[in-house]
Design a protein around this ligand. Structure first.
Ligand code: ATP
Ligand code: MG
Length: 546
């Protein structure tokens, strides 16, 4: 069967077939002004995916041309998140390392008569820009000579002028139907300390000028970005052409960005949550950052699978959050070991059982080969209160008075009596073990439909469990403002009784708590106190909603 290709792969196939391109080279160009989020994962999967499909290269480039918001902490987090997702870059670049190249390109344009220094304010430039229906007005500084422009541009660089007093503009076409082509600003004066170049520069290139130069300088063949840059493509092409870069010139290709319901994909807003202390940090397990998702226990292979399944398109859309969760669930169903935990314990006393024993319980029925762990069993156990009914509905397969149930990996038990307090609440069940019913032994002749989890009261441990919800509530009645949709109740902390074996679990280890959900050990654990984050429940709301 021929694998179906997305539109980006079709473009690349054409470029390889025509001989325009020999080696496919892509890049992932984050601005280090925050942590990566799930939207970036999509871009990472596309760019690194093309590298592996075509035996090409993919660079990591920190697009750090804007000095004011960037930070070294972000650089380190971005590198570690990319590696966690399973990707390794070819070359590592900082755009700020070649500010000289960009400056030289600007000089070249000035000499060609294609750029000029303007003394207009930002407001004047905006006013003269025109609209979609009206041509713009030419700048009064548009016809300065190349010599004068060069002198002024060097003076800008040398710190002669204050912030905002002069800019370098491209000389293209003030009546172009594309507003981006109406003499866009290429350089501005900004006396700011840069995290990499310090105080060396007081002029900084604008994104639309810097980005194509970065791509061309690194030999990128296919520069993949999100749809909002579609209207910038003519300027991108103009810059790489007029700066005289060698063939093959990089080609910009746009795709639809990833949006997920109830999920924030703006570094600016995520930073606000961190700064205002509404979350514990960029890696709070409720955050849609890769660091947060990792702490929440989403496996990297599940995120790659999700990006693969949603595909690459040219049309903006919103993916259901439950679809991502269902990819996570599929992955964990295959890979996570099962353990037993009880969230709402109800004491069970086995009146005909003495002493204790160690049972071997299956870890994961989907694993090859199946492995086992030791779980202790004794005459006092806990089951979950929801697995017992004093007044059972018809066809109830869990425990009821005079009924049977199988304890996973152990015995069938019979409930002889429910002990209640003065208010009629069940406080304890008195049960008996059915002889010949130990797991693997079916000589008892008793058939049961229900299998429930349990823990041994003598050895179980109390674990802390964080139940997590989205940081945003559903958008109702047209309220789309993130601040108004903030879910103040997104983390609930409860205690559960769990198998003792979980004491040796390691941070980031993931488990299925049988019949409940998937959980990951958080690094906040320690001193005998294990803390788990809920990854996803067992129930698949995406498939059941269909
Ligand atoms: P934000 O608005 O969250 O700050 P950004 O686009 O400014 O995001 P960059 O650091 O500039 O963030 O992005 C690095 C790369 O990731 C870019 O190529 C960008 O197009 C891509 N990217 C960012 N958000 C998404 C998204 N939601 N879906 C797909 N790609 C994305
Ligand atoms: Mg950005």
């Amino acid at each position: 069967m021929e694998e179906s290709k997305n539109f980006i792969e079709e473009i690349i196939d054409g470029d390889l077939a025509s001989g325009k391109v020999q080696t496919v080279c892509t890049r992932f160009p984050p601005e280090p002004n925050g942590y990566l989020h799930i939207g970036h994962a999509k871009s990472l999967c596309i760019n690194f995916g093309l590298k592996s499909k075509y035996g090409g290269k993919c660079n990591l480039r920190f697009d750090d041309t804007n000095p004011s918001k960037e930070d070294a902490e972000y650089v380190e987090s971005i590198k570690s998140d990319i590696r966690w997702l399973g990707f390794e870059w070819d070359k590592l670049y900082f755009a700020s390392d070649y500010f000289d190249v960009m400056f030289d390109c600007a000089v070249k344009l000035i000499k060609k008569g294609l750029a000029y220094v303007s003394d207009e304010t930002a407001e004047e430039i905006r006013q003269r820009r025109g609209t979609l229906y009206e041509a713009g007005t030419e700048s009064p500084f548009r016809n300065r000579s190349a010599e004068e422009n060069l002198r002024l541009f060097y003076e800008m660089r040398d710190g002669v002028y204050p912030d905002g007093s002069k800019v370098l503009r491209a000389k293209i076409d003030m009546s172009s139907p594309n507003l981006n082509m109406r003499d866009p600003v290429l350089y501005r004066v900004l006396h700011a300390t840069h995290h990499n170049t310090g105080d060396k520069w007081c002029v900084y290139p604008m994104y639309d000028f810097a980005h194509p130069i970065e791509d061309a300088h690194e030999g990128i063949t296919h520069s993949i970005c999100t749809l909002e840059f579609e209207d910038h493509r003519p300027l991108y092409d103009w810059v790489v052409r007029e700066c005289g870069f060698p063939e093959p010139l990089p080609q910009q290709i746009e795709f639809a960005r990833l949006n997920i319901t109830n999920t924030i994909m703006s570094k600016r807003y995520l930073k606000k949550l961190v700064d205002e202390g509404k979350v514990t940090g960029w890696d709070d397990p409720r955050m849609p950052t890769l660091a947060g998702i990792r702490r929440r226990g989403y496996p990297p292979e599940a995120i790659r699978d999700f990006c693969e399944r949603i595909g690459v398109s040219k049309a903006n859309s919103e993916v259901q959050e439950s679809y991502l969760q269902s990819c996570v669930r599929d992955c964990l169903n295959r890979t996570a070991d099962r353990v037993m935990a009880v969230f709402d314990p109800l004491k069970v006393v086995l009146t005909n059982y003495k002493g204790s024993e160690t049972l071997q319980v299956e870890n994961n029925p989907n694993a090859e080969p199946v492995t086992y762990r030791s779980v202790t069993f004794s005459d006092v156990l806990y089951i979950d209160r929801s697995d017992f009914a004093l007044v059972p509905p018809p066809k109830y397969h869990r425990l009821k008075v005079d009924g049977y149930v199988r304890l996973k990996g152990a015995y069938i038990i019979h409930c002889d009596e429910a002990v209640t307090d003065a208010d009629g609440n069940v406080t304890e069940l008195r049960c008996s073990v059915v002889p010949g019913s130990r797991s693997g032994d079916d000589t008892s002749g008793v058939k049961v439909k229900g299998v429930i989890q349990w823990v041994d009261a003598a050895t179980c441990i109390d674990v802390t469990v964080r139940k997590l919800q989205s940081l945003l509530t559903d958008a109702v009645d047209g309220v789309t403002d993130f601040n108004e949709r903030f879910n103040a109740d997104s983390m609930q902390v409860v205690t559960a009784k769990a198998e003792r074996g979980l004491l040796s679990a390691k941070a980031e280890e993931r488990f299925q708590f049988m019949r409940v959900g998937y959980y990951v050990l958080d690094r906040d654990s320690g001193k005998g106190k294990q803390v788990f984050n809920e990854i996803v429940s067992l129930k698949d709301s995406f498939n059941s909603a269909k």
